[in-house]
Ligand binder design. Structure first.
Ligand code: URP
Ligand code: ZN
Ligand code: ZN
Ligand code: ZN
Length: 513
């Protein structure tokens, strides 16, 4: 992060946030997932008060914001981030303050962070640590809880967490010997999620196959970042995605597949959806915005920037996934923001096995998605809103508090100028890492204002955030994705057990006669 950016961030953190005044946005195009309309918008007390035809709203005391020539859209929701996290022995540079400030500067106003396990596996204790760390928050947030082992206490803890408003649990099918769970655990946990009305999330890669490939490559002397790439080909992602989808079908539970990076995995999801299964595919800004070419750079620092799991793939995969996101094969785009410093990446200089996996994106996602979906002609602004905000709110039961601009919704709103041009760079970003995977990317379309909880927190060049202003969002279980599942259970049961779910009576004694 550049010195100027540091200064802005620090000044911002101490400046008292502007008194909450009503805002009157005039002359913009209000975009929701279902339509765009020329409309004015009144915001008061952290909420959208009214949306009406141009010139129709009266609010003499409100601060007027000229939105002409701009899109007014729901703030972005990032369904996948790692802030203030310990992963692969390293602490992420971004905490809830710096990561969220960066998010706001990029038009994201809400996120769901991964609660990674504590040493010793205390799930409730681990969750409490994240709640504490999130007291620094500057925007609204919630959590997914990562489960890495299984016993009665875990099942019980899952129930308690659901009661506290957590309704999503994440399972890693990779990172063998560390985070990876067995098929047995998945099968059991999916049933438990079904019971609780919760949504299982999977990191779908075959960790056993990857482990074998890693040993083979290291033996062959391929120890650089390209070894990471070669050890995780698309097929290991596709296989694990298929397995997770089948297990979810078995348990009749909705499934959320995080970071879909390859065409094959996307097609598995699309096929399941076509068959009526409730599978949600999340792709990433890195998947639609970048290909793997720089992993092969002879400059170690450059190559190491892009090491993440599953890997950023070839141009063929990028184009397929981007089109799938635009066209509906995939449902939303997140970041998996887990940015590292170049010094942390250099821990893997002797072996890619020691390099912290992960990339930045929380600040860049909205701009990358706009560039890739809108400027490519693949999608409408409404579809952009759907995949960056509305779908996330619906899947994770935050809708219509979030994900839509309508009376009564939270006033998390962005203004995007479709003609403003800018270039992404680590020298001007607000995350703490000194590297940016989108370095040099030219973007047409810029978030020139972010409103969070009804206050202007980003004015296009400076942040005006307040430490502690962010709120934890409880999310009830049995959301929209659960509607109808009981009926589906009953129908499937009737098909499987034509005479009821009871054993067939047989006269075994007759066998011995
Ligand atoms: O490489 C990645 N994706 N790092 C973050 C952890 C994960 O797998 O989501
Ligand atoms: Zn059980
Ligand atoms: Zn992952
Ligand atoms: Zn992740």
């Amino acid at each position: 992060m550049g010195v100027a950016a540091v200064l802005v961030l620090f000044l911002a953190s101490f400046a008292a946030s502007a008194e909450a005044s009503a805002l009157h946005l005039k002359g913009g195009v209000v975009v929701n997932a279902d339509q765009e309309t020329l409309a004015d918008l009144l915001i008061d007390n952290g909420k959208v008060l009214e949306v009406g035809p141009p010139g129709s709203l009266m609010a003499p005391d409100a601060e007027v914001i000229d939105a002409s020539g701009k899109y007014i859209m729901p703030g972005g929701i990032d369904t996948h981030t790692h802030l203030d996290s310990l992963f692969m022995g390293q602490n992420t540079p971004d905490d809830f303050f710096s990561g969220q400030a960066a998010a706001l500067a990029g038009g994201t106003t809400c996120h769901l962070d991964m609660v990674m396990p504590q040493k010793g596996g205390d799930i409730l204790g681990g969750y409490a640590r994240y709640r504490e760390a999130a007291k620094r928050s500057v925007m609204d947030y919630s959590f997914h809880i990562v489960i890495t082992h299984w016993n009665d206490q875990v099942e019980e803890a899952m129930g308690k967490l659901v009661e506290q408003g957590l309704q999503s649990f994440k399972f890693f099918m990779a990172y063998k010997g560390k985070l990876q769970v067995s098929d047995e655990l998945l099968a059991h946990a999916f049933r438990r999620c079904r019971q609780l009305g919760a949504i299982p999330l999977v990191h779908a890669e075959n960790g056993d196959a990857i482990d074998k490939e890693q040993q083979r490559l290291i033996k062959a002397g391929i120890t650089g970042p390209e070894g990471h790439q070669l050890s995780r080909p698309p097929i290991v992602e596709e296989e694990a995605t298929f397995r997770a989808v089948m297990f979810a079908n078995l348990a009749n539970v909705p499934l959320f597949v995080v970071h879909v990076m390859s065409r094959g995995a996307m097609e598995v999801i699309a096929k399941a959806r076509t068959a009526g299964q409730r599978v949600i595919g999340e792709t990433l800004a890195s998947a639609i915005g970048l290909n793997q070419s720089l992993i092969w750079s002879s400059d170690f620092t450059t190559a190491s920037k892009f090491v993440m799991s599953p890997p950023i793939r070839t141009e063929e995969h990028r184009l397929a996934v981007r089109a799938g996101l635009a066209g509906g094969a995939l449902q939303l785009v997140a970041t998996d923001h887990c940015g590292w410093t170049s010094a942390q990446k250099a821990l893997g200089r002797e072996s890619f096995l020691k390099m912290p996996n992960g990339v930045n994106g929380i600040e860049e996602r909205m701009h990358v998605a706009w560039q890739q979906l809108i400027n490519s002609g693949l999608a409408s602004p409404s579809r952009f809103v759907e995949v960056t905000s509305t779908a996330a709110a619906k899947v994770f039961n935050l809708y219509p508090q979030k994900g839509v601009i309508q009376a009564g919704a939270d006033a998390d709103v962005i203004l995007l100028d479709p003609n403003a041009e800018h270039t992404i760079s680590a020298s001007s970003h607000h995350s703490k890492g000194d590297i940016n995977i989108f370095e040099g990317n030219k973007i047409r379309g810029k978030v020139v204002m972010t409103i969070s909880q009804g206050k202007v927190v980003w004015d296009g060049s400076s942040l005006h955030v307040q430490r502690g202003a962010g709120r934890f969002l409880p999310r009830p279980a049995f959301g929209d994705l659960y509607k109808g599942l009981d009926e589906r259970d009953a129908i499937r049961s009737a098909e499987m057990y034509p005479y009821g779910p009871v054993p067939v009576k047989r006269d075994l004694a007759a066998l011995h006669a």
